[in-house]
Design a protein around this ligand. Sequence first.
Ligand code: SF4
Ligand code: SF4
Length: 381
Amino acid sequence: MTLPEYYARAEEKLKNGCTGCGNCVSGCRAAEYMPSAPEPRRTQKDILEFLRGGEGPSEAAGLKAASCMRCYGCLDVQCPIGINSLQINELIAREMHRRGKLEWDIPLYPVHEGLARQGTTEEEYRRITTPVADGKAACLFFPGCNVYKQPDKLLNALTILDATGEAYSFAPGMLYCCGSSPRGVRGDVEWARQAAEKLFAFAEDLKIKKMIFWCPTCMSVLQDRIRPFRHIPFACVSLSGHMLEHMGRLRFPHALPRRITYHEPCKNAYMGIEPESARRVLLSIPGTELLEMKRHGKNTACCGGAAAGSNPEVAGRAALRRLREARATGADTLVTLCHNCHLLLKSALKKQREPDWHFSVENFSTYVAGAMGLARPDSLT
Ligand code: SF4
Ligand code: SF4
């Protein structure tokens, strides 16, 4: 079965078999951040009416779809017909496209490109946008697209990779895509399939043994949307997972005593993808003490994620709750792994102006490269 066939079947299953129980609405992790609690059965009834060709989407159905943080927290919500809430949101987007309410043919990277140019020298820009196909390298690094909006993180990641001493090829994130670009998110699953195929065919041609990912979203897409439909003949790990294999080679001469708390990528935690690798890297840096937030590991919380663009109110509430949890730990630094969580939490910290924000937000790449004495400063002030 292909990804588009899988979606076509899911749509039929939903339209013909949904019991209307509302578990997918009540189980959505964004529900607690909505201004008023959604009515699960009524919302699902509206969604079904729209998908079956009726009017809509209604306000409740539209709000449910727009509030999606893309946290993947609904993969284990009990649905009698085996559909998750995220997929339903994408089916709503597909139906909106069919009715001419949502454009698919959109420019993908205008903001990424502009910010990447602004934040780099000409040589650095060339480095992060030029593919490298090294036939002798056993690894391929793929950073995803969104980190180009904060190129300092990508340059730090490359510095860390260089320090591991292992050669690698490079698939630039504005040339290759996991399928989760804005067009894929809007429900164009055939486009998403083709995009992922291009990336994995490039990797396969290089006969690599390992693909190294920067972006947690790409890793979740790999697990949820690519692996079930395509054989992948090599290992896939995160940058921190790759670092763990090379810790003996890494030196941290500039490490300082720090009390950190760690905001992990929720989607990877919910899906059980490398739950400990970044923690283990951080704890191997001399002087680092880790103070966990109340919600962490499998029980962690989203920063607001993708809702920042479609429902900023929901995203703002999620980020504020997370910052308060970080404050309660007494840490001096909130370390983020994902650049997108970093943007949301750092912006919220600046905007919310609560008393006693006695901590800063620092990205994993800046923290680690900083302990090495090689960090580029954070482009977000
Ligand atoms: S991905 Fe997260 S926010 Fe989106 S529907 Fe699933 S649980 Fe809700
Ligand atoms: S959980 Fe499944 S069966 Fe229940 S309303 Fe949602 S899609 Fe329908």
